[in-house]
Design a protein around this ligand. Structure first.
Ligand SMILES: C[S@@+](CC[C@H](N)C(=O)[O-])C[C@H]1O[C@@H](n2cnc3c(N)ncnc32)[C@H](O)[C@@H]1O
Length: 408
């Protein structure tokens, strides 16, 4: 049904009011009001963009949104970002790009048109490009790895979601090896297991990509007081990948010792990194589904792992850790999203996206406070959530759920 133009005008005016209020804070130096105002301004802009479209035009563009990752995957495979200038005085022509990549001019032009329209690269005059702040960020190796994984593997997996759900009567299978990723890659394995067992090249890319989430302003300090853990305290980083979280914590809290646990290329990439050699970190090849080898640690961090699995599998992972905990001493620190109460167009794009990415890769999901509570109880009745540490707008992205064992 068409919206009345009066309602539309009133919506647009109220969004303008939000922007007028938020923009001074966005340009202010105070980080807290900056972050909150930025999120508010982004939401207002998103709603305005939609309202300013003709309804079918909006639906057309949204239902063809996959052309952005499709173009991105081609551009990244051709290493285009590495051949584009950042210097406005010395921009890169499409002919130069063609020579550097071996791809035809016409193809590059068409792919870059999609991306420049999404503000990734700048076309400063016809067929002539420079980097902008978004495309330049692709030159950070972990960001390049993530954007490439996301626009390649995850795009394929997304296309397999509907056939998977149809086959299963629209119930999400309770088996991480029967997910959209496994359907797309014709494997009985979940996304990470496929990387470990079948495709070391993709596994390397995935391991590298994880650090992207620490290289942006989205994630900063964890809101848990690691400084209060005891001198020589042991922190186990379960599913810690290449160890970038432990590395950051080890540099910041030199009184602690770390054990990073993961499999395959993930753990190998951290163990082999000479920059980490002097840090108090042990690298341990250790699966999520085996009894926890480090008993009685002060803290077991499980960051961005459990959202990858449905409840039964996640509860097994927590259960193995619970058995290794020393009551009164050990705690589990689940660092993950806590889905906020915001709904509809006010919900958080990062949470929404990672929720569905978790579904694609292993039938996982992002969880609310209530869902985390229920999961922890399902894993081991002795476990209880004692506190959820959150800060500002990061509340939903990197909350720390502190879990202790009751003595009963
Ligand atoms: C989303 S990443 C998070 C990595 C890291 N904790 C972080 O915060 O960036 C999930 C991690 O779980 C690891 N993982 C997945 N399945 C695993 C398994 N069966 N055993 C051990 N690690 C596993 C992956 O290798 C990957 O490093």
């Amino acid at each position: 049904m068409a919206r009345s133009s009066a309602a539309q005008t009133s919506d647009l005016n109220s969004l303008l009011g939000i922007l007028n209020k938020a923009i001074p804070d966005v340009v202010s130096a105070d980080p807290r009001s900056y972050e909150e105002a930025r999120i508010e301004a982004i939401r207002a802009c998103e709603k305005m963009t939609a309202l300013l479209h003709d309804p079918f035009q909006w639906l057309f563009v949204e239902s063809a949104a996959y052309i952005v990752p499709a173009a991105m995957s081609v551009v990244l495979e051709l290493k285009v970002p590495h051949h584009i200038s950042s210097d406005i005085e010395n921009p890169t022509t499409v002919e130069q790009l063609s020579k550097a990549t071996g791809a035809p001019v016409g193809l590059l032009e068409r792919m870059l048109r999609i991306l420049t329209k999404r503000m990734i690269f700048e076309e400063i005059k016809p067929k002539t490009y420079i980097h902008n702040m978004f495309s330049e960020t692709i030159l950070v190796p972990s960001v390049e790895a993530w954007v490439s994984l996301s626009s390649d593997d995850n795009l394929k997996a997304a296309a397999a979601l509907l056939p998977l759900l149809k086959e299963n009567g629209f119930k999400i299978p309770q088996n991480d090896g029967n997910c959209a990723f496994s359907k797309a890659f014709q494997t009985p394995l979940n996304q990470f297991q496929y990387y470990f067992d079948v495709d070391p090249e993709r596994s390397r890319r995935a391991a590298l990509s994880m650090a992207a989430f620490n290289s942006t302003s989205m994630f900063r300090d964890f809101p848990f007081p690691f400084d209060q853990l005891p001198q020589d305290g042991v922190v186990v980083d379960v599913g810690g990948g290449g160890g970038h979280v432990s590395v950051e914590l080890a540099r910041k809290y030199p009184h602690l010792n770390f054990v990073v646990q993961d499999l395959g290329e993930s753990i190998a990439s951290g163990a082999a990194n000479p920059e980490y050699a002097t840090l108090p970190i042990k690298w341990q090849e250790h699966g999520l589904f085996e009894p926890q080898a480090v008993k009685g640690a002060d803290a077991y961090i499980v960051r961005h792992v459990l959202h990858g699995f449905e409840d039964e599998t996640s509860s097994k992972i927590i259960g193995y850790i619970a058995k290794a905990m020393e009551p009164g001493k050990s705690r589990i620190l689940i660092i993950d999203c806590v889905v906020p109460k915001a709904f509809g167009s006010d919900s958080i794009p990062f949470v929404n996206a990672t929720d569905i990415l978790a579904m694609l890769g292993g039938n996982g999901k992002q969880r609310t406070v209530e869902a985390w509570d229920a999961l922890v109880k399902m894993a081991d009745k002795r476990l209880e959530v004692v506190k959820i540490w959150q800060q500002g707008h990061l509340a939903s992205a990197d909350a720390v759920i502190e879990i202790r064992t009751s003595r009963v």
